[in-house]
Design a protein around this ligand. Structure first.
Ligand code: RP5
Length: 164
């Protein structure tokens, strides 16, 4: 399973990619291989179940699932796997993603989805959260995550000097 991705980024539509790419960008920054797929809970339900049931056996350790509107993908994937599922509410055209957020976050007890915030920040944090889960078994990754936080802190501290 050399180079088999440990992270899967899935999304309900190609139109979600602009948002979900922010999760991919974080994984790229850390050199973490991932797979990316369009899987729709409503338009391709059989594919969703097949993906969910086989993901662990293929070596996937964390699933990032983004969807908008009636955003059932993260919850339904979580229903069919015991892998951690991180949900990203994509900003919808009609209700600005509040519909997506409520669809993803209101899971019944027993089937958790780690729900991020709406849109780009949520997707970025989904990438970081997936990496933080993987740090539990990867000390080098943990060190690089600590450096990322330190660099981020320095950037903020230096930003005071850049105010006009
Ligand atoms: C959801 O419907 C997708 O996740 C997407 O956010 C939304 C709209 O999909 P498209 O009509 O753009 O394909 O299933």
């Amino acid at each position: 399973m050399f180079n088999q991705p440990k992270v899967a980024i899935i999304m309900g539509s190609k139109s979600d990619w602009e948002t979900m790419k922010k999760a991919a960008d974080v994984l790229d920054l850390f050199g973490m291989p991932y797979e990316k797929k369009v899987i729709s809970a409503h338009r391709t339900p059989d594919l969703m179940f097949d993906f969910s049931e086989k993901a662990r056996g293929r070596g996937i350790q964390v699933i990032i699932a983004g969807a908008g509107g009636a955003a059932h993908l993260p919850g339904m994937v979580a229903a069919k796997t015991t892998l951690p599922v991180i949900g990203v509410p994509v900003k919808s055209r009609t209700l600005n993603g509040v519909d997506s957020l409520l669809s993803i976050v209101q899971m019944p007890g027993g089937v958790p989805v780690a729900t991020m915030s709406i849109g780009d920040a949520g997707a970025q944090n989904a990438g970081l959260y997936a990496l933080q889960i993987l740090t539990l078994a990867d000390d080098d990754l943990a060190n690089r995550m600590a450096k990322f936080r330190e660099d981020q802190k320095q950037t903020v501290l230096e930003s005071s000097d850049q105010l006009d």
